[in-house]
Design a protein around this ligand. Sequence first.
Ligand code: PEP
Length: 262
Amino acid sequence: MAGIGQGPFIAGNWKMHLTRPEARALAQNVVAAMPGLQESRIVLIPPFTVLGEVGAVLAGSDVRLGAQDLFWEDRGAYTGEVSAPMLKEAGCAHVLVGHSERRQYFGETDETVNRKVHAALRSGLSPIVCVGEVLEERESGRTTERIDAQLSAGLRGLSPAEMAGIVLAYEPVWAIGTGKTASPGQAEEVHAHIRRRLRDNYGNDRATCAIILYGGSVKPANSYPLFKEKNIDGFLVGGASLDAADFIGIAGEALRAYGEEK
Ligand code: PEP
């Protein structure tokens, strides 16, 4: 992505957790660790209620702010929803789209993902678009079929130039919050597949520069071997992002792997 460095991209999805003081303290700890994490691209993704609080802590640092979801209209009578211009004004650089929990509990479909991706880009937000198979799809050999369907419907209508503003996250649903991580080999197989698809659809340059994150029970202990894989550019971290030491540890391990030959 233009203008945002090349090192490991580590995003922390705080989900529906943390009070204001807790959020502030966690953000402060992450900012304080940044001198040791130069070259990393760090994003904190708190709940809507503390975006302002966390944004104030991140101001002037290299840590960027993200939101967990958005609605595709810019304004209007949509009670309970938050729009891309609102998130932009709140200081967000990124927004998650299509997280498996949104798909599973809140009726998110590939079509709504696509509308949200377009809305985010229209407002200058970089969407982090999540894809991933459920266990039954993996066990029946339909992983890449599912990923392809999510990519083609979720990214429909985007130009190669617009693709430069997108981050992808491969998150096998069976690995999210379960303590089960995909092995580095399993994750790399899907990441390489995604990059091939991007190459076919948007050209070699766009595919080479694309940021493809892995998510699913990432911890300091498994982040080094995962990041060593050629096509894994960083992590989307859920549970472990709520603990400053773990989150910083994950970023540190990724940076260690980044410093070595892939
Ligand atoms: C996530 O929420 O995107 C995630 C990967 O969660 P966890 O790290 O807890 O599995």
